[in-house]
Design a protein around this ligand. Structure first.
Ligand code: SAH
Ligand code: TYD
Ligand code: ZN
Length: 404
């Protein structure tokens, strides 16, 4: 087992066992041809990068029917409007700026950039969501971003001031090729900005369900800094973001072109102080995951024994790890409700729990709802106040199992 970034030795620290593709929502016909792989995570002894031990081929995950829609949450729509404004006011302030977004999905960020009349291009391999972005007036190339496609973009569009990505760089095992592509496409003084779930928050909040097929890397400031250096770049700024349970936005420039902010050194120091990459920390995280499984299964079995009805809320990719690792099936959770049309009438991968529209929740209200979309808790609890008024209670499983 070797590190996908530096080739150093990888030490496995947790094994979730056989897991399905997290976003493969099934029809009855799919049941006998599901794909499974071993979901396990390790840390590089050399550069500290936390990563999956087994890689799933990218075309199995990102294709025309990829169901995830970035615009499905009002809080995330707001976050990306603010991000567009932040880029427009900052790095895109020069004459005739050009921005490329890696993994633009349904255009949640670029539509604001497009409306402002700024030259842009999304590079997005999943055809269905790319079409939705185009319907919003966003220019999209249906492709995986890597060295070859980046070079073609350079030839057709010229160099970029900003290359941006949200919740996508952590999905890409072949980052050497991505960085060569960034090197080809970015102006000399341009920046590569990306934001992804922060491993520091994952460990602190026990959000183990961030670990699934699509999330290949789990970044820390230290590991991203080492990676940038290795690729001929430099990490020049970091900002914490409150979305998706805690993320960090990294700004990377060519080595020596910009003075790194003090925040970079401060976060590297903080990570070292708390021993974020230390074997003892990783072992403690693993032990917490096992306790959550034990407590959650016990709670769901107790509630069933008491004759209570429990449904799931949010057919997230994350929930595939929870249901399959904990062995939660339709016997404990008869259905999960979700707003994504492409998931309705399908079965959740591995667990085969049916997915129903959001309205199914109130028909009639259950006693409890297990909140798989915990990263949207505020938004969801605000809109489901009637559930609580009807006596319903939410079950959360991070940072520990609790009823609220
Ligand atoms: N930026 C959006 C989407 C995140 S989902 C948001 O933050 O909500 C991850 C997206 O990355 C998917 O739409 C997937 O199709 C895309 N993706 C996966 N590999 C990619 C690659 N090599 N280049 C560009 N996009 C990629
Ligand atoms: P999300 O947690 O953003 O991502 P992932 O699939 O990567 O884990 O997914 C949120 C899911 O929850 C998505 O399928 C849409 C659904 N959802 C609702 O059903 N209702 C809501 O109010 C919100 C915000 C999301
Ligand atoms: Zn490494």
């Amino acid at each position: 087992m070797i590190c996908r970034v530096c080739g150093g030795p990888l030490t496995e620290f947790f094994d979730f066992g056989r897991q399905p593709l997290s976003d493969a929502f099934l029809t009855a016909d799919d049941l006998d041809r599901q794909f499974f792989f071993r979901l396990a995570v390790g840390a590089c002894e050399s550069c500290t990068m936390v990563q999956l031990v087994e890689e799933v081929a990218r075309d199995r995950m990102f294709h025309d029917a990829y169901p995830y829609l970035s615009s499905g949450s009002s809080a995330m729509r707001r976050h990306f409007e603010e991000t567009a404004q932040f880029l427009t006011d900052g790095e895109l302030g020069g004459p005739d700026p050009f921005i490329v977004e890696i993994g633009c999905n349904d255009g949640v960020m670029l539509k604001t950039i497009g409306k402002a009349g700024i030259r842009h291009l999304g590079v997005e391999p999943s055809g269905g969501v790319a079409r939705m972005a185009r319907a919003e007036g966003v220019r999209v190339r249906t492709d995986f971003f890597e060295e070859a496609s980046a070079t073609r973009v350079l030839g057709e569009e010229g160099p970029a001031d900003v290359i941006y990505a949200a919740n996508t760089i952590c999905h890409i095992p072949y980052l050497d090729s991505v960085f060569r592509g960034v090197d080809a496409l970015l102006k000399t003084d341009g920046v590569f900005v990306f934001e992804d779930p922060y491993f520091g928050d994952i460990v602190e909040r026990n959000t183990f369900d961030q670990i699934y097929d699509e999330h290949f890397f789990f970044f820390t400031v230290r590991s991203v800094q080492a990676m940038a250096e290795r690729m001929g770049f430099e990490l020049v700024d970091v900002r914490r973001l409150p979305v998706h349970g805690g993320e960090v936005r990294y700004t990377i420039a060519r080595a020596g072109r910009r003075r790194p902010s003090e925040r970079v050194a401060a976060m590297v120091e903080e990570e070292a102080g708390r021993g974020l990459a230390a074997p003892a920390t990783l072992a403690r995280f693993g032990a917490n995951i096992e306790s959550i499984r034990h407590d959650l299964v016990e709670l769901l079995q107790d509630l069933r024994a008491q004759g209570k009805r429990v449904i799931g809320y949010g057919a997230t990719a994350k929930s595939a790890t929870v249901t399959n690792y904990c062995g939660i099936g339709p016997d404990l959770i008869p259905f999960v409700c979700d707003t994504t049309p492409a998931k309705h009438g399908r079965l959740m991968p591995g667990s085969h729990i049916p997915v129903r529209p959001a309205e199914a929740m109130s028909d009639p209200y259950p006693d409890y709802a297990l909140l798989f979309a915990w990263n949207h808790a505020e938004e969801i609890m605000a809109k489901e106040q009637e559930f609580r008024a009807a006596g319903g209670r939410w079950i959360l499983y991070t940072p520990d199992v609790r009823i609220v």
